[in-house]
Design a protein around this ligand. Structure first.
Ligand SMILES: [Zn+2]
Length: 417
């Protein structure tokens, strides 16, 4: 048994308690009152159910062509460093998991990873659903990789085969991207109206084909109004936001940082950024999901889009709590409970009630955040193979003290057993 006592935060309550994790099963055996015996030091800390990041590009596939960027082992190490106890991996690989055989082959590569990895199946022109239930990802327009559609008709023709499935959308309208190609900056080449237009179309598809929809890395306040209206109208749709769209906006871009802060969708204006923060707080956005994109320093220098985030996930949430006054319950909802609900149908039986809640029968994974000890992000501290972070030099007000993965303890900065 592993016993962890302290201040515990679930999505609906914060309380003092003692968690007993059965290290044989990896599940929470009980949650009861504290009695002063804890295997882990948790002074000044808040204990969350293990965080889950639903949007990661770990870059490993059967071709091995991109494992110089990252692989499941290095992504798992970065995740644990960042307090992330499970993640979901995107399918835009050189050999994309788009059918039963290619999905199973990629899944075998995740088996030895230190954290649980849920794989998205890819949806591209001409693909069909797998025999087993998996979450899917559809790229509406070109981003990084080859898996994308070039017209609305082609996308709808394919999506029609996925009726009732769980489908995540990257919302950028390929026609608007195409017509903006000659603009001066990355932000102008991928304008807000591309996301707004693609969002409307994705919402139509989700409703028409009764999908369980998710919109990835949402970035525009205007588009969000349509998402909120659709949710209110009973459309089954949820929404992600990234740390970069919450922390940075286009007013912060300089000649020095512009390439480093290039991603798809790009940074938006200040108003959009503030709208994303408020929507995440209000629960209108459902997940803090990073879009972890571990491109090498050399690639970033040449203008490849995407930024790595797994190492800094937990520390970033302390910025939300301390600087943006999120409650611990709000963080538990968007970082633990909602990601747990998303992956639950795809977990092995042995994962009990799954991730996302500190309660008997759930997975014994915990994210223990020290709200008193800041983390200054340095390149040396990172575990991602890409070796850099958009937050280098930033001092987050808190840090990850312990990450517990199914009863196994990884401690930072002392206090472990
Ligand atoms: Zn992505």
């Amino acid at each position: 048994m592993l016993r962890v006592e302290g201040r515990i935060a679930n999505e609906d309550a914060e309380f003092e308690g003692a968690i007993e994790i059965d290290t044989e099963t990896g599940l929470i055996a009980s949650v009861g009152p504290p009695d002063g015996r804890s295997d882990l030091a948790t002074d000044g800390c808040v204990i969350f159910a293990g965080f889950g990041d639903l949007h990661v590009h770990a870059r490993e596939d059967v071709s091995g062509r991109e494992i110089y960027k990252e692989d499941f082992a290095s992504a798992s190490a970065a995740a644990i460093h960042g307090g992330v106890t499970h993640f979901a991996d995107m399918p835009n690989n050189p050999v994309a998991p788009i059918d039963d055989a290619s999905y199973a082959a990629k899944e075998r590569l995740t088996q030895g990873a230190a954290v649980h990895i849920t794989l998205y199946g890819g949806i591209g022109p001409g693909t069909r659903p797998l025999a087993r239930a998996v979450p899917y990802k559809a790229f509406m327009g070109p981003s990084v990789g080859e898996l994308f559609f070039s017209s609305a008709e082609q996308l709808e023709e394919t999506i029609a085969r996925y009726r009732g499935c769980n489908v995540s959308f990257h919302c950028e309208d390929p026609l608007i991207l195409d017509s903006s190609r000659g603009a001066a900056t990355h932000e102008e080449r991928r304008p807000a109206r591309a996301e707004i237009s693609a969002t409307r179309f994705a919402l139509e598809l989700i409703e028409r084909y009764e999908l369980q929809g998710k919109l990835c890395h949402f970035s525009t306040g205007e588009g969000l109004k349509d998402v909120i209206a659709a949710k209110a109208g009973g459309v089954r749709v949820t929404c992600e936001v990234t740390p970069h769209h919450l922390f940075f906006d286009d007013t912060m871009l300089t000649d020095e940082n512009r390439l480093w802060l290039q991603m798809n969708p790009p940074l938006r204006g200040r108003e959009d950024r503030l709208a994303m923060i408020e929507a995440l707080r209000a629960g209108e956005i459902d997940y803090l999901a990073t879009d972890h994109a571990p491109h090498s320093l050399k690639e970033k220098g040449k203008g490849t889009s995407g930024v790595p985030h797994l190492d800094t996930y937990g520390a970033f949430t302390t910025w939300l709590m301390k600087e943006q006054r999120f409650t611990t319950e709000q963080i538990a909802r968007v970082c633990a409970a909602n990601p747990g609900r998303f992956v639950r149908p795809y977990l092995p039986q042995s994962y009990g009630k799954g991730f996302g809640r500190v309660e008997e029968g759930y997975v014994g994974s915990l994210t223990v955040l020290d709200l008193k000890k800041p983390y200054v992000v340095t390149r040396e501290s990172l575990k991602t193979k890409s070796g850099w972070s958009p937050f280098e030099g930033v001092s987050f007000p808190g840090s990850v003290r312990h990450t517990v993965v199914r009863g196994e303890v990884y401690s930072q900065g002392g206090g472990g057993r």
